[in-house]
Design a binder for this molecule. Sequence first.
Ligand code: CP
Ligand code: NVA
Length: 308
Amino acid sequence: MKKDFISIQDFTPQELQSMLDLAIRLKKEHQSGGNVPLLKGKVLGMIFQKPSLRTRVSFDMAMRHLGGDALYLSPNEIGLGQRESVADVARVLAGYVEVIMARVFAHEHVLELAKWSSVPVINGLSDYDHPCQAMADALTILEKFGSLKGLNVTFIGDGNNVALSLMHIVTKLGGNFTHSGPQGYDIKPAAVELGKKFAAESGAQVRFTRDPHAAVKGAQVIYTDTWTSMGQEAEAKEREKVFPPYQVNAALVAEADPDVIVLHCLPAHRGHEITDEVADGPHSALFPQAHNRLHAQKAILARVLGVA
Ligand code: CP
Ligand code: NVA
């Protein structure tokens, strides 16, 4: 049966850990100049309904490093669900390429692509989650701390797609997850229930507090993301009124564990959810985290294509 990579919740802790181990191996191979052409002759079709720097370039370079190739299909070209139905796009594109990655507005569209495509489909961000990001986040945390077991990971800000995938990967791998944000911007309740279940299975905890100071106490990882995600631009003004108490600044970071690392999926809105002082400061792991997208996605590609 074909394998897709749609959501962190679809994978067991063992499968996730094994993919992360593979990412670590592929990163070492890359750094020593020994990339193996695992994806020789394979082409990735990349459907984008939204802009991207990291996802687009890291997937493209991942394919090139491993001997394959990638095609960028812009929002104007395909018109997913508008110019042509999602089911038809899936069936046509799957006849040309070996694997598809899609960044969409509606999560249902990535599910529908996966349903109709005869080749693996990877979720490159939807309004529900951002699982490729979560793999790079976990890789970055593992590189710093060795394990997620018993670690306190705190997400400050909007309970969005990035927060949701982070909660799932952290709790699957035994870390405690805390979210702090304003009322009305919580992580989707059904996903929280899943996070609590994963935490119970791994011996971890999920916590919520409106108080960002309480949330970062004892945290080894502080994570934040934009207050306004792609597709929510009309709400930006309203959001800018309620999110300022949830800015990750130096004073807040000073209240966490002395060894804390600060993560952000990027793009950052400096002076809003994160200050320059933190983004460029001694606790920041923002750029290694962004670079880890490359390595994490090589592992995802290799697994869905069954070559490693
Ligand atoms: N973090 C992330 O997915 O960045 P892009 O939107 O630039 O791909
Ligand atoms: N939450 C952000 C992540 C961008 C990578 C968004 O969806 O726009």
